[in-house]
Design a protein around this ligand. Structure first.
Ligand code: THG
Length: 262
């Protein structure tokens, strides 16, 4: 699975503080720790409390780029911040994210093409988050149609069927698994799938247990990628072990050690 580390997010108090104080050592360390733990890419989000989100985003990306060239998922709802971020982060970045409405897709699909970026598209529209499989698939179809219209390579499209906390939206969690399975049948090549995994356990008592159990279910359903906490060792071990059992990693007795040394 393609792992995007979630930790550089102003939603976390310590990160929010580091952004305010321009504590670059803290951010660099957090970037390197996540890569070391097995992240392929890093999510970058200034958080809800940022007073100057454009400056904060530029500072975060510049700071991270001093220690790693790993792809970045630029996590903002503002198109101007997205574009400035893409300019600094370079090619192979992820646009995180667009909604499924035409007004948003008409901004972000051409932007993804222009900057050679991957595009994460949420199954959210102006009417909200459809909780059932059919409602989510309807939005998936619209997203794909827009990509075809702009001749954007569907294999660079990541559909996020929006996982919500399982304690408030239990049926959504099963619908998301169904969407992950069905997406592979909608086009050739099919889009990839992605989840913000930690959402599933927000506000619950056994976060790590719920995260790793859901990760395994989603992998078995065909999930390609997730934004998650790579510093949760049990989660990362569950993912590797699930991949092994699904035939996506080669077995050896010391598979955990071998994977960690990669
Ligand atoms: N899809 C996409 N992008 C996303 C999400 C998604 N980006 C943001 C988010 N969801 C994924 N990242 C996180 C990061 C942190 C948490 C959850 C998801 C989290 N934070 C603690 C909490 O809310 O309890 C913060 C508190 C703290 O520890 O300080 O759980 O779904 N495309």
């Amino acid at each position: 699975m393609y792992v995007i580390g979630e930790k550089i997010n102003g939603m976390f108090k310590k990160v929010n503080q580091a952004i305010k104080e321009r504590n670059s050592a803290f951010i660099k360390e957090l970037a390197l720790q996540q890569i070391e733990a097995g992240s392929d890419a890093l999510d970058v989000n200034v958080g809800p409390e940022s007073v100057n989100p454009l400056q904060d985003m530029k500072w975060l990306i510049t700071t991270i780029r001093e220690v790693t060239n790993a792809p970045l998922a630029i996590d903002t709802t503002k198109p101007e911040i997205m574009e400035e971020g893409l300019k600094i982060a370079g090619e192979n970045s992820f646009i995180n994210s667009t909604h499924a409405d035409n007004e948003k897709l008409d901004i972000y699909v051409p932007m993804a093409k222009k900057y050679n970026a991957k595009l994460i598209a949420l199954t959210i529209s102006k009417s909200g988050v459809p909780q059932d499989t059919a409602g989510k698939m309807e939005l998936v179809t619209n997203i794909i149609q827009k990509c075809i219209e702009y001749e954007y390579d569907i294999s660079n499209l990541y559909i996020d069927p929006v996982i919500l906390p399982v304690n408030v939206a239990q049926q959504n969690a099963t619908a998301v698994l169904e969407v992950i399975q069905q997406i592979k049948l909608v086009s050739e090549p099919p889009p990839k799938t992605l989840l913000g995994l930690s959402n599933v356990s927000q506000g619950t008592k056994y976060r790590s247990l719920i995260d790793r159990t859901y990760a395994v279910l989603a992998l078995a359903s065909g999930l390609d990628s997730a934004i998650l906490n790579p510093l949760d060792r049990e989660l990362m071990d569950a993912i590797i072990t699930a991949e092994l059992c699904l035939g996506k990693q080669l077995y050896c007795d010391s598979f955990l050690e071998a994977y960690r040394k990669k």
